[in-house]
Design a protein around this ligand. Structure first.
Ligand SMILES: [Zn+2]
Ligand SMILES: [Zn+2]
Length: 361
């Protein structure tokens, strides 16, 4: 810890809709936590809503609070208690380049024991070892972040910090592709060409899908076409559901990934699935949305929820490193941490085709 400054810079939420750049104490490692120097941290689609305060008492769990969970950086200190642990010293020695994961399960509940740690039954119980970094435990919009070794992954090869900051999105998309069991030859449809949708598109192609339809509009839809999608522009298409059926020989898609979360998209996505197909809910819908449940019953559609990115990080990093998932194509803007206001506005207003905006603390 000798060469780590005792104070660091951080974007600190001080109340609903309020944040400021502050100098705060640098966290100290304890237990099996390590301290990492944050080099790149991407703004997540959920972050602006946490900043606004639309999840009162839940995210953030308290004020003052540092959000940010899509980060990559370098281990700079490990706790004295585990300094002599061969497992930790080998995998997470200071200087190791890593990317972070938002969820750290308690490790002892029934769900964690079978690997489902993003649906930990002790969610939010920090005393039991559960952390949701940037949501219920301090995150990474800062020069340094304290994290459990359970929630960091060494970077393969020379994967850059900026590309590694795309891990969260790639991992969430991979969780959806795994849970849907996308097969070689499947026809997939993705609604919403944002970061999650474009990652899902690339992973469906990597999994062997013969066709991936993207429903969206504008520059984001164009970016999907560059990545291999067959586009359906909902601004220029009278009947979007029919367009998807026409592109699937009148069957509907084998798997539909709902990655937009809007009312319009969430009501239409279920109608694009073929009989016996799968509907994957990746987006976090921002309001209760009525859907035609009878269609799901009559078509025997399998409904699959996707919560974050359990057990996907090492595979997702490998895909990013070998270019089968193009992280660079999604990373459009970078800002220093002290330009956080500009970075946030660029992301929220999608200025200059902004997709993923990365802060460089
Ligand atoms: Zn995220
Ligand atoms: Zn648990």
């Amino acid at each position: 810890m000798a060469d780590i400054p005792s104070k660091m810079q951080a974007v600190v939420l001080t109340g609903p809709g309020e944040w400021e750049l502050q100098t705060v104490p640098t966290p100290k490692p304890e237990g099996t936590d390590v301290i990492c120097r944050v080099h790149s941290v991407a703004i997540c689609g959920t972050d602006p809503n946490i900043i606004k305060g639309i999840f009162p008492g839940m995210w953030p769990s308290h004020y003052p609070f540092i959000i940010g969970h899509e980060w990559a950086g370098e281990v700079v200190a490990i706790a004295p208690e585990v300094e002599n642990s061969p497992a930790i010293a080998k995998r997470f020695a200071p200087g190791t380049r890593v990317a972070g994961e938002a969820h750290c399960g308690c490790g002892i509940c029934a769900n964690c024991l079978v690997g489902d740690y993003t649906i930990c039954l002790n969610y939010g119980d920090n005393a039991l070892g559960h952390h949701h970094y940037g949501f219920t435990t301090q995150g990474a919009y800062a020069t340094y972040v304290k994290t459990s070794v359970k929630s960091i992954h060494p970077l393969p090869g020379n994967l850059s910090y900026d590309e590694a900051a795309m891990l969260d999105m790639a991992g969430v998309a991979l969780n959806g592709v795994y849970r849907a069991g996308v097969k070689v030859g499947d026809t997939c449809c993705v609604a919403g060409p944002g970061p999650a949708g474009n990652m899902t598109l690339q992973l469906c192609i990597a999994a062997g899908a013969k066709k991936v339809i993207m429903v969206g509009r504008g520059a984001r839809l164009q970016s999907s076409v560059q990545l291999g999608a067959v586009p359906v522009d909902y601004e220029k298409t009278e009947d979007v559901v029919k367009a998807v059926w026409d592109l699937t020989d009148g069957r509907g898609a084998d798997v539909v990934f709902e990655c937009a979360g809007t009312k319009d998209s969430c009501t239409k996505s279920p109608l694009m699935v073929r009989k016996g197909g799968k509907l994957v809910m990746t987006a976090l819908a921002k309001e209760p949305i009525p859907i035609e449940w009878s269609k799901l019953t009559l078509a025997q559609v399998n409904l699959i929820g996707v919560r974050a990115n359990p057990n996907t990080s090492d595979a997702a990093l490998a895909m990013l490193a070998d270019g089968r998932v193009n992280g660079k194509a999604l990373h459009t803007h970078s800002f220093p941490l002290d330009k956080f206001g500009d970075a946030l506005a660029t992301f929220v207003e999608k200025r200059d085709g902004a997709m993923k905006v990365v802060l460089k603390p």
